[in-house]
Design a protein. Structure first.
Length: 192
């Protein structure tokens, strides 16, 4: 795998969310070993479709000015270098999600992703000048378009309808877990 600028998996501080907290979060969204199995099944499905998936997701974000605004300069013009750098990390996020290896390193990196969407660290990774914060409301709401538009890709390799549905549900649960973890910097101390 070629090095991806700004991808620091395994090289970030420890998440303030403990593995014990994360286990309770998984229980709350009914995420279990079967979901890990179906995420890992999805890895084989999506690994050669990452760019096509990103085309759909970037098309959606790019067609909604309020979403693409998080990637613009002070005049409101999208920053192509920033979008390209984020796209590479977003592609790796697809693969990391599908691997289903939700250990301490993964948990730590989810916290880092949250910080990079929040004013705490937004723009620092790529050294650019853009909006200072991705509004939390859009992070939460993007779970649906991301997972819904993924479903046709999950169905593209001839798996049974039941397997496709289980892969989809595993992705939905994983995305809900991740976006919840990403919300940590947005929440007042003690309220997470």
């Amino acid at each position: 795998m070629a090095e991806i600028a700004g991808y620091a998996y395994g090289k970030v501080p420890t998440s303030p969310v403990t593995l014990e907290d994360f286990e309770l979060m998984k229980k709350s969204v009914l995420f279990g070993e079967e979901d890990v199995k179906y995420l890992q099944m999805s890895y084989e499905v999506v690994k050669d479709q990452v760019e096509a998936i990103l085309d759909v997701w970037y098309g959606f974000v790019g067609s909604n000015p309020h979403l693409v605004a998080s990637f613009t300069d002070k005049e409101g013009t999208p920053i192509s270098d920033y979008l390209a750098a984020v796209r590479k990390r977003f592609g790796q996020w697809i693969l990391d999600t599908a691997r289903g290896e939700y250990d301490q390193k993964w948990l730590d990196y989810q916290h880092e992703i949250g910080l990079r969407h929040h004013r705490s660290k937004k723009c620092q990774t790529d050294g650019i000048s853009s909006t200072e914060n991705v509004p939390l409301r859009y992070l939460l709401l993007l779970v649906f378009p991301v997972t819904f538009t993924l479903k046709p890709f999950l169905a593209s390799k001839g798996h049974s309808a039941e397997d496709v549905e289980k892969m989809y549900n595993a992705w939905l649960k994983s995305c809900l877990l991740q976006v919840t973890l990403w919300s940590y910097p947005y929440v007042k101390e003690g309220d997470f």
